[in-house]
Structure formats: structure tokens, C-alpha cells
Design a protein around this ligand. Structure first.
Ligand SMILES: NC(=O)c1ccc[n+]([C@@H]2O[C@H](COP(=O)([O-])OP(=O)(O)OC[C@H]3O[C@@H](n4cnc5c(N)ncnc54)[C@H](OP(=O)(O)O)[C@@H]3O)[C@@H](O)[C@H]2O)c1
Length: 243
């Protein structure tokens, strides 16, 4: 689990723990990894190994991923990528450093991890790469288009990997999540029918890992239809909104 300390990552790990899975939890803060790992073992995980790594600063993601897989000593069922930052859109518009940070973490850093995962799963001829993207990838909106652009790049990358893996026995899926109540969105006004809990999104992620043939999954499901509508609103109407 790449970004296991994210709220959505931890909720997903709990579902795998309940199945008695062996987990590698990769994230930045060793103390929190140890805490979350102990909790997952108490919840039924056969193992929850802490793996401290800064995904944006790792010099050799492919070797790092191979070491994680070697630790599990067998075929890897799923490689799940959660790490990301929402960033500050207004700040990014005047500060190239903030724009670069958003692109770097969500896209540039994720690319070599996804490619390394694809190679590993292709070799195994089995397993799933599940990457958490966002509905923000579907249409540029004034409120978060730098983040949306990074997630759009990530989504297309994962769709391409899904195509590459299609006849290999392994598969890949981009999860397009809507609004989720997590630390990433703590500064926003939350609540209402469009907001999901991490546990809801986690169930969709685990289901997608076990179900080949769908390279893009919206979660909750109704976002597929919301984004279909949003993508098709003509610009002369869309540009009158403040979405
Ligand atoms: N929440 C939403 O509404 C929503 C909607 C759509 C998609 N998503 C996506 O869902 C994924 C999970 O987000 P979340 O909502 O669960 O938010 P979160 O709890 O804030 O998790 C984000 C995680 O990314 C980690 N991270 C960021 N940069 C990193 C780096 N360089 N190295 C290692 N870890 C790094 C953070 O680690 P630290 O704790 O060390 O900072 C944090 O654990 C993200 O990709 C996000 O874009 C979220």
C-alpha cells in the first residue's frame, strides 16, 4: 500500500486486514506506520510491515517496490497507490513552487511507482494495480485545475497500463473518487449527499482490485453520471458557474 497513512488507504487496509492479509504499509512517518500496523494486526492482518518512504524523493522506486514484494515472498495480490496532495489552487496561480508541488506529488512521483508496479504484475501474470485518482481529472474547473490536471495525467497513465496488461492476467484500475471526508478536505465545508466516508470508497477500491476489465471506476457510483453531465455542459454555460 503506497500511501498507507492516507485516510482512504487506512480504511482500505482495514478491509484487507479483516481477510487476514499480509500487508506492506508504505508512508512517510515510521511512528504512525507502526501504530496503524499494530491496529491492523489487532483487526486480523497476518502481518503489517512498516515501510518508511517519501514517494516524491525516492531515487529508485522500481527497486524499492521489488524489495517490498520480496518481503511478501510470493505473488502480490494488489498494489494500491493512495498518496497525493490537494494543494492550494489560488496559491499555485502565483507561485510556481506550489504548482510544481501539486504536479510532482500527484503525477511525477506517481509515474515511476505505477510503471514499476506494472512491470512486477506483468511478470507475475496476476494481481491488480489500483490507483486513486479523482473526478477532478474529468474537467478543468477554476477551483482546482492544477490538481485536476495532475490527476488527469495519472488517470490516463493508469488507463494505458490497463491496456498494456489486458492480456497478461494482471490488471490496472484508476479510481475516480468524488468528495471524501478526510484530512485532505478538512478545510472545506463538508456534509450532504455528495460526501462519502473513507470506508465507502475503500469498499469500491477493494472490489475493483478483485474485478478485472474495468480500467476506470467512479466512487461512489453516482459520480460517473455527475461527471458525464459536467463534461457535457457547454462552455458558454459552464463559464458562468463558480464550480
Ligand atoms: N479526500 C477527497 O475528497 C479525495 C477525492 C478524490 C481523490 N482523493 C485522493 O485520494 C488519495 C488519498 O487521499 P485522502 O483523502 O485519504 O487524504 P490524506 O489522508 O490527506 O492522505 C494523503 C496522503 O498522501 C501522503 N503523501 C503526500 N505526499 C507524500 C510523499 N511525498 N511521500 C509519502 N506520502 C505522501 C500523505 O502523507 P503524510 O501524512 O506524510 O503527509 C498522506 O498520508 C489522494 O491521492 C487524493 O488525491 C481524495
Amino acid at each position: 500500500m503506497l500511501g498507507a497513512l492516507s485516510a482512504i488507504g487506512e480504511a482500505t487496509a482495514r478491509l484487507y486486514a479483516a481477510d487476514g492479509a499480509r500487508l506492506v504499509l508504505a508512508g512517510r512517518t515510521i511512528e504512525r506506520l507502526e501504530q496503524v500496523g499494530a491496529d491492523l494486526v489487532a483487526r486480523g492482518a497476518a502481518e503489517a510491515r512498516s515501510w518508511p518512504v517519501d514517494f516524491a524523493a525516492c531515487a529508485d522506486p522500481a527497486s524499492e517496490l521489488e524489495r517490498m514484494a520480496a518481503h511478501l515472498e510470493g505473488p502480490v495480490d494488489a498494489i494500491l497507490l493512495f498518496f497525493g496532495v490537494l494543494g492550494d489552487q489560488a496559491l499555485a496561480e502565483g507561485d510556481p513552487g506550489e504548482a510544481a508541488r501539486i504536479i510532482d506529488v500527484n503525477f511525477t512521483a506517481a509515474v515511476p511507482w505505477c510503471l514499476a508496479a506494472a512491470a512486477l504484475l506483468e511478470r507475475q501474470k496476476a494481481g491488480a494495480l489500483v490507483v486513486v485518482s479523482s473526478v477532478a481529472a474529468d474537467r478543468g474547473r477554476q477551483s482546482n485545475y492544477v490538481y485536476g490536471a495532475a490527476k488527469a495525467g495519472l488517470s490516463v497513465l493508469v488507463e494505458g497500463i490497463a491496456h498494456r496488461l489486458a492480456r497478461s492476467g494482471a490488471h490496472a484500475v484508476a479510481i475516480k473518487a468524488g468528495f471524501v471526508d478526510t484530512p485532505m478536505t478538512a478545510h472545506l465545508k463538508r456534509g450532504g449527499p455528495l460526501w462519502a466516508k473513507p470506508a465507502t470508497v475503500a469498499r469500491a477500491i477493494k472490489a475493483a482490485a478483485g474485478r478485472p476489465g474495468r480500467p476506470v471506476v467512479y466512487t461512489p457510483w453516482f459520480w460517473r453520471f455527475i461527471m458525464l453531465a459536467v463534461r457535457n455542459v457547454p462552455a458558454f454555460i459552464f463559464h458562468r458557474t463558480r464550480l
